[in-house]
Design a protein around this ligand. Structure first.
Ligand code: GLP
Length: 237
């Protein structure tokens, strides 16, 4: 595992963007995995500034809320469209998300796994980390070999994500998320985190035991991981 520390979240984002740029320059038809949340936003900012050609790149999102109306601006589909697809100049529809509007959600989860396999797998997966160690929406207790499925959000995650909603009770209770096993299948992982509030969980994930109690500790099992932190998030290492 390669751990890089930068003095600010912007500098950490820029360093992350360099990793993504190298992947796309090596393979203009790369398959990227995109995360939502605030952690990857400085990376997306820096990547947009590079002005790379993303017309051949395809992508998969990690997760999506269940229960928001179609097109809701808080849905990860809407966020991926504005922060990733439009800003990077990707083809419309080139980033897939789990189909949470499907009548049969279990079938939709299986189809999402199949779509990732049909694309040849993910070359580079961008990740953030939740305060409780969640990866995507794999909350503590998730099996380290879990696959895409419907999950309940932990109350702590709902509270953390309430900032995007008018009130905490509007935060959906369910989601569809890639599993830890799905994420570990990506050929390269890139975790970005910033802020003092992430310092404890970063130390647990990178240096603590590999355990479902801290889903992000599964990163230690992957052969090709880059972690990019600002100084505040690296303070516990
Ligand atoms: C969210 C997302 C995760 C994200 C994490 C951290 O709930 N489902 O994919 O990595 O929580 O979010 P943030 O980067 O805003 O701290």
């Amino acid at each position: 595992m390669k751990v890089l520390t930068r003095e600010s979240r912007e500098a950490a984002g820029a360093a992350g963007a360099v990793v993504v740029r190298a992947c796309v320059q090596a393979n203009p038809d790369a398959v990227l995995g995109f995360a939502t949340g605030s952690s990857p936003l400085p990376l997306y900012d820096a990547l947009a500034d590079f002005g790379l050609d993303f017309s051949g790149v395809r992508g998969f999102a990690l997760d999506e809320y269940i229960g928001l109306p179609p097109g809701d601006p808080r849905s990860y589909g809407a966020v991926i469209d504005s922060e990733v697809v439009q800003r990077l100049g990707m083809r419309p529809g080139s980033v897939l998300l789990p189909d949470v509007a499907a009548g049969d959600l279990e079938a939709a989860a299986r189809e999402y796994e199949q779509a990732i396999r049909d694309a040849g797998g993910v070359d580079l997966q961008i990740l953030g980390i939740g305060h409780n160690g969640h990866l995507a929406f794999n909350e503590p207790g998730a099996a380290l070999d879990s696959r895409t499925r419907v999950e309940q959000l932990a109350e702590r995650t709902r509270r953390a994500n309430a900032r995007f909603f008018d009130s905490p009770d509007q935060v959906p209770t369910r989601c569809m998320t890639q599993g830890i096993g799905t994420i570990l299948d990506a050929r390269q992982l890139l975790l970005v985190a910033h802020g003092a509030d992430k310092a404890d969980i970063i130390a647990r994930a990178l240096q603590g035991p590999v355990t479902p109690d801290c889903p992000a500790s599964a990163l230690q099992l992957h052969p090709r991981v880059t972690v990019i932190l600002d100084q505040a998030a690296a303070a516990g290492l």
